[in-house]
Structure formats: C-alpha cells, structure tokens
Design a protein around this ligand. Structure first.
Ligand SMILES: Nc1ncnc2c1ncn2[C@@H]1O[C@H](COP(=O)(O)OP(=O)(O)OP(=O)(O)O)[C@@H](O)[C@H]1O
Ligand SMILES: [Mg+2]
Length: 400
C-alpha cells in the first residue's frame, strides 16, 4: 500500500500567481458580483410535504468582499451556494422561485435561467466552489494533477505543459510540498486535510472571480487554516475575488468576513457588517449564537445555550421598532396577532432594514408593510473602513 507522506506545514506566506486573465480586468467595486433575490429551493420528500430548504433568501456580494454565511446545520447554507452553480440534484431538488444575478464580465445574467452551455463556462471558470466534502469533487480514478490540469485547460487558454506548471504552483500555494510528484498521486493517497487543500488548489487555479467556500478549512489544522485564509485574502486583493464563506466558526468569521448573513430554517434572520453584527446582534437567534461561545474572561458555571436565549420572550422585544409592532421572525412561535401576510410563499416573513445597514428577519405585520426598504446590500469592506474597531467582542444577552 502506498503511504502518504505527511505534509510539513509551510508557515511562510504563500506566493500568489499574478493575474493575467482578461476576466480579472479591473472591476467596478460598487456593482455586486452576485445578488441572490428571493431564492427558494425545496426537496421532494416521499414521506410527506416537500422540504423547503431555502425560502426567500436574499444576499449580495461585491468584488473583493467576503460575505460569511453562518447558521446551524441544515439551515440551507450549502443549498444556497450550490444553487448558484446549479449543482442541486434535480430531482429531488427544485428551484421554486427567485433569481441569482451574476456579473458575467460586465453583464448581469440570471444563473437560475441561463442555458447549460453558458452555465458550464461560468462554473469553475468564473465561479468556483470549495465543497464541504472534498471527495465529492475529486474523481478517485484520475490523478489529482490530471484533474487540476483539466480544470485549468477547460477555462484558460493555456497549453498542457503550462497548465501543469500552474497546477504545481496552485499546490504550492495551498502548502502541499513536492507538488510535481504529488500531482501524480490519486485522491486516496492524500490525507483528508490534504485532499481539502487539493480541492482548494483546483478551485483557485482557474482564477475565479467569485469563490463559494463551503466550510473550506474544517479538516485543516490551525496553521494550514490560517495559511489558506491568508491566501484567500491575498487573492481578494490581487484579483478582486469575492468570497461567500460558509462556516460554523465564528472566530473565522470575525477574522475574515466583511459582511455576515445569519440563516435559520432556510431564511435570513440577520444581515449586517461584521463589526455591527458582533457588537449589536439584534435577532435573538444571533444573540444566542454569540452567547454560546466560551469566553476567556469572567466565570460561568455552565455555558449559555442558544435555546436559553430564544426561549426567553423578553429577547424578542428588544428590536428597534418593537414599540411599533416589529417582531423577530421565529418559526417556533405562533405568528403575532397583527400579522398581515402577503399572498404567496413566505408571505409571513420580511427581511427588514431595522436600522441603517442592519437587516433582521421579522414577521410581516402592518408595521413592516409601512416601512419596507431595500434588500440586504452592503458594499462594506473592513480594509477600507477608516474607523474600523480594533477587536470584536460578541455581546451576550446576559451582559446586554
Ligand atoms: N439532496 C438532497 N435531498 C434531500 N434533501 C436535501 C438534499 N440536500 C439538502 N437537503 C436538505 O436541505 C436542507 C438544507 O441543507 P444544507 O445542506 O443546505 O444545510 P447546511 O446549512 O449546509 O448544513 P451543514 O452546516 O450541516 O452543512 C436540509 O434540511 C437538508 O436535509
Ligand atoms: Mg452545508
């Protein structure tokens, strides 16, 4: 049996290939690269009603921006990202409604509607995805070199020898030593963490303008995780690459996100820039999420759980506009008595800008209909913020 040499983590900063592709021509950073508009995706469930995995999701991502998508397991994060590449299996999946607008070299196209040949050009070449499960995107019967080279030659106008050189450089960038010989190995000859890095190398080798990174660093130790995140950050600056970063790790969010989208049960419950979200979480679910993080300071006999926060009715009365009848949407509550649903799906819910640049999922009561505003859309980037705070300390409901 072939043994896989363990990788020696590289600690120095990775080198990034200089962008030469015309798709990386300087972009207008005030136009979103991706805008998800009222997306709903459901799955056939033979035993009962369809599973509504995503139900009215809205979000925007701008060039050179990281939008972190967080939320508990099963809330629809991966399905949202996979819908952008039309990789949701259909059937059992189905896109019920909505649009996913993508800036395809200056022209807005709807990824839900474009024909398959056009989608194939976008997929991998302009939008790349790092999958949650590395083995799902690696073919076990081809060497990783052949797979990376195929992806490169499909989307870039280069000869095979040049593609091998690009593949080797991409492997080096993600910290895989001796790339020339490792390119000849098969996926099963890599450890789980190395496979994840191969997948990241494959995604980045095509120089995407948008990267959908679904738990990109979960199988990696902290040194490699930091190196990969640093590499992504560098690519954002050199190529204006935008990133949708799906993660459960709020530390990774704090360090890397510009804007944060919190999801629950297929809907967006909160959306704000990273500093605003951490310092002033407004939906009880987000407050619960932050309260459950262990803290270095202070003494607590037991950690606070999310349910301790969301089970407290007082937490639902703290929203700006609560006095006017604006209530956080929560699927486990009876809808409020003054609910004025719109006809059609998800008519009971609205993503309301409860204060400037800060959105919360609320019940669509009369108060909301009077104050409808724009869809969540933030150009905010931490690097450009002249007033950026020096640290992020989540506010716990216990403290706040
Ligand atoms: N192929 C499928 N067939 C049936 N149901 C599916 C399929 N893929 C996803 N779902 C359902 O859609 C919902 C959302 O799944 P999704 O994978 O987006 O969750 P997630 O937020 O990415 O969770 P995790 O953090 O565990 O990765 C879940 O209820 C899941 O069971
Ligand atoms: Mg997932």
């Amino acid at each position: 049996m072939t043994t896989t040499p363990t990788a020696t983590p590289k600690t120095e900063a990775p080198k990034v290939a200089k962008a030469a592709n015309p798709k990386h021509a300087k972009r207008d950073e005030s136009t979103p690269i991706l805008r998800v508009d009222d997306l709903a995706v459901s799955f056939d469930n033979a035993k009962g009603p369809r599973i509504q995995a995503v139900d009215g999701v809205r979000m925007s991502i701008y060039p050179r921006q990281t939008l972190a998508v967080v939320g508990e397991s099963g809330c629809g994060k991966s399905v949202t990202a996979m819908s952008a590449l039309r990789l949701v299996p259909m059937p059992p999946g189905r896109i019920d409604r909505g649009a996913i607008h993508f800036d395809h070299q200056g022209k807005m196209i709807d990824l839900v509607k474009i024909p398959d040949p056009e989608m194939r050009k976008v997929r991998g070449g302009e939008i790349a995805m790092i999958f949650q499960e590395p083995m799902t995107s690696l073919n076990p019967v081809y060497t990783v070199g052949d797979q990376i080279v195929e992806a490169i030659t499909l989307h870039q106008n280069v000869r095979t020898a040049e593609a091998y050189a690009l593949a080797a450089r991409a492997m080096t960038d993600v910290g895989i030593p001796d790339p020339e010989s490792r390119l000849k190995a098969y996926p099963h000859q890599f450890s789980g963490g190395m496979r994840q890095r191969v997948m990241i190398a494959m995604a980045l080798a095509c120089e995407p303008t948008l990267l959908l990174a679904d738990e990109p660093t979960t199988a990696l130790d902290v040194t490699i995780q930091a190196q990969i995140l640093e590499l992504l950050n560098e690519l954002q600056n050199t190529r204006q690459m935008a990133i949708m970063l799906i993660t459960h790790d709020l530390g990774v969010v704090a360090e890397n996100a510009d804007v944060v989208c919190v999801m629950y049960a297929g809907r967006v419950v909160e959306y704000a820039n990273v500093f605003e979200l951490f310092s002033n979480p407004l939906h009880p679910y987000t407050r619960g999420l932050f309260a459950s993080i262990p803290k270095m300071h202070g003494r607590l006999k037991r950690l606070i759980t999310i349910s301790q926060v969301v089970d407290n009715p007082e937490e639902f009365k703290k929203l700006p506009g609560a006095d006017r009848g604006i209530r956080p949407w929560w699927p486990w509550h009876e809808p409020p008595k003054d609910l004025k649903p719109k006809p059609g799906p998800a008519g009971d819910y609205y993503l309301q800008e409860v204060k400037p640049d800060h959105w919360v999922g609320v019940w669509r009561t009369g108060a909301v209909e009077d104050h409808e505003s724009r869809a969540p859309d933030l150009q905010y980037r931490v690097d450009d913020d002249p007033d950026k705070p020096t640290s992020l300390k989540p506010t716990s409901p216990a403290a706040g």
